[in-house]
Design a protein around this ligand. Structure first.
Ligand code: ATP
Length: 328
């Protein structure tokens, strides 16, 4: 273990996700285990520039493993995007004798960490915290599993009302430019159709699929739409188009929004966060820097931050095939 790292800063940055608190807890407790000091940095890079720090010990993180959101708060900082802002941040860290950073966030937060490392040689380690699962180098980002469970539960409820009224529901789910959430919840909730950016179904094929479903005796349908899907300009225009062309259906839209980012983390996310926090601190103490901790083949693995940022998380082709068969 490296003797040069005596104090580690931990922060959450960018959009929050369930499991961030469990990851903070893990980082803090791993530091305590190795007798390394730990400092919580509030509001991401913004708090770093302002020196909004708090010493943390094993007891400071009690009772948070099951809590959504992040006790350290999160923010987006314009100032950190400037060289002057990052210089101030560096000085604040040095004033506090902080030797290394664990950044829990998404690709933007990792870009900031990587630039910071290049400019000041400051050791950094990333933990992927986002519900979208859009980061290369891990099969699961923190919060993704919880979001899947939240969304499946909601779609089950929407189906109750859809089938009572013979309605067609378009349910828009988060995921930015990737369809991981849509594909998984679509399969998990038995959706009649799943629209994701990776596959362009096209409006004609969508109509054909809905007509086929109607002919086969289905009285209600759920179509899961990833927010980044390009089939219509937006989900409301999609609704208008289908209503014009399929008058037999009453169409409704449900945009799930930010509720997908909240809630108590699933057991999977709590365990993943615990493993990632340990790996992040141990890697820093071993002298590793500029990596992201991820889950690959059920094992903790390090991916260089630049690859994690630039690489693309691929949609699961096998699950796509399962989905095609299930929606027959
Ligand atoms: P999410 O996946 O939820 O969007 P994120 O980490 O990608 O999370 P961003 O808002 O993109 O969220 O980035 C978080 C913060 O990281 C920014 O507010 C900014 O302070 C810093 N950051 C992002 N890109 C850069 C960059 N190119 N240079 C310096 N700092 C950056």
């Amino acid at each position: 273990m490296s003797k040069s790292i005596k104090k580690i800063g931990v922060m959450t940055s960018g959009g929050d996700s369930p499991g961030m608190n469990a990851a903070i807890r893990s980082v803090v407790r791993t530091c305590a285990y190795y007798h390394v000091d730990c400092v919580g940095i509030y509001r991401g890079y913004e708090g770093m520039i302002e020196g909004d720090f708090k010493e943390m010990n094993a007891r400071s993180v009690k009772g948070i493993i099951n809590k959504g959101g992040t006790i350290l708060k999160s923010a987006r900082s314009k100032e950190f995007r400037t060289a002057e802002g990052r210089k101030i941040a560096y000085e604040k860290l040095k004033e506090q004798n902080i030797d290394a950073l664990v950044v829990i966030g998404g690709d933007g937060s990792f870009t900031g960490a990587m630039i910071f490392n290049q400019e000041f040689g400051f050791p950094v380690m990333g933990i992927p915290g986002t519900i979208d699962n859009d980061i290369f180098g891990t099969t699961h980002t923190l919060g993704y599993d919880t979001a899947l469970n939240t969304v499946v539960e909601v779609i089950d409820k929407i189906r109750d009302t859809a089938s009572s009224h013979n309605r067609l529901f378009f349910v828009e789910v988060m995921g930015r430019d990737v369809g991981h959430i849509a594909l998984n919840v679509g399969v998990g909730a038995g959706a009649e159709e799943i629209l994701i950016p990776e596959e362009n179904l096209g409006l004609d094929r969508l109509l054909e699929s809905l007509r086929r479903s109607k002919r086969s005796g289905k009285s209600s349908s759920i179509v899961v739409v990833a927010e980044g899907d390009k089939i219509g300009k937006n989900v409301f225009e999609l609704k208008d188009y289908v209503e014009e062309n399929m008058t037999e259906y009453e169409v409704r839209v449900s945009v799930l929004g930010h509720m997908q980012r909240g809630g108590s983390p699933s057991c999977f996310d709590r365990v993943l966060a615990s493993r990632m926090g340990v790996k992040a601190v141990e890697s820093l103490l071993e002298g590793q820097t500029n990596y992201m901790v991820g889950l690959l083949n059920d094992k903790m693995a390090l991916t260089p931050l630049d690859q994690a940022i630039k690489g693309q998380s691929k949609i699961d082709k096998e699950l796509l095939r399962v989905s095609d068969i299930m929606t027959t």
